[in-house]
Design a protein around this ligand. Sequence first.
Ligand SMILES: [Mg+2]
Length: 495
Amino acid sequence: MQERFPAPEFDSPTGSVFPPPAGRRVYCNRNLRLDQVKAVGFDMDYTLAIYRQAEMDRLSIEATVRKLVDRGYPEELLSMQYRTDFPIRGLLIDRKLGNVLKMDRYRYVKTAYHGFRRLTREERRRAYHTRRLRPGTGRYHWVDTLYSLSEVAVYAAVIEHLETHGGTLDYGQLFSDVRECADLSHQDGSILDVVLEDLPRYVDRDPDLGQLLHKLRSAGKRVFLVTNSGPEYTDAMMSYLLDDGLDEYPSWKNYFDYVCSASQKPGFFTGKDPFVEVESQEETRDLSRGRMYTGGNIGDLQRALGFAGDEVLYVGDHIYGDVLRAKKESTWRTAMIIQEMDDELRVLREYSPSFARAHSLEQMRDAVQDELREHQARLKKVERKLNDHESGPERATWDAKRVRHRRSIDRLRAQLKDLDAERAGLHEVLDDASHPFWGSVFKAGNEVSSFGNQVEQYACLYTSRATNLTQYSPMHYFQSPRHRMPHEGGSAPGT
Ligand SMILES: [Mg+2]
């Protein structure tokens, strides 16, 4: 992702420091004036309800593996080693070869694992670098939600376990089975019922949530919820998150103008299905405050809101279902919740001298390479002259020049080697600090990762949690740092 220019800090009249600390900041890809936003909508799971990822993964991995064993997979899988810390968002599953891949924005595979074994550069090259990779085809599957991380953890663990014990596998079939068993575990209550029984164990209740919604309402904005979760689960979860909050809001429903559950996003953004009022089970195209609905579509919702297009800001965590579809099918503005940012920002902070060193190594490398190319070109010229003058007084001069250029080339190559070794070591340290298997979720080596690229393209704003919006006035003008071009990088003119 493009480097951000540090914003100047100043004390606001209320005494708070602006901008907010990095972890509470809302980052901006495209300018957005909050005063022009008339309605703010929220997704629920992983947006307002922040799940404790490791607990949720464990629950869903165990439920999925139990179902795999019921389908005839060996019973020993129940006791196999799995790693909830293996997957991250933005990975790609290769169902044909049973690999898990991380790509940069150009779809170049930078890291790949088979089970828990990292593929060598040569293995990656043979499998993925000789032909253009097409992620949209049936062979590949995007891992684009935190909810689906457990599927990747199971897939890699089963491959690792069965192959080390001499088994052979149909990787495509295995992936379909894992997906079906995971979906089934969500549908039959193996996961959600357990979550509802012990919400504090699985959900991180954000004490500022009521304040955020109240602040938006007080600024005259409409507030709504559009979630794919069913009405009963939504009711239980939202009660846990918001009841017992502010006195003015006796029920969580009081915070919202409209509540749409089981909304079937992304179809919600393109379809024309009517809403169904939950209590009466009657179809309707008109929404009322204080009631819950299922189904529905964006057109009817916008009519109820009285606002449409870029007057609406939708806050969600799913790059495809919430952010990309909302952006492509409508002109809704989007804010993406990326829980992983807490870790990313921690690494950026703790390792800032290493990042600075990595940056200066890149610049030194560029300079050395330029000099090297220059000497190589001159050496070629000298050698041509030597061929033309097999004898004669000039030959000695050209010979001396050749020796000089060769020495310089040797010296520069050695420098380049040292710089590369230091750079590789640094990258390894920084990647390890971000994630032991995959490095940063936003970056792939020096490049932006395919996930980071999607965030840049489709999320107008992004932040680690929804309540970070409370740090800003409802009139705030979010400005992208990208109104500068690369040549405006900060050095004074003429230098
Ligand atoms: Mg969600």
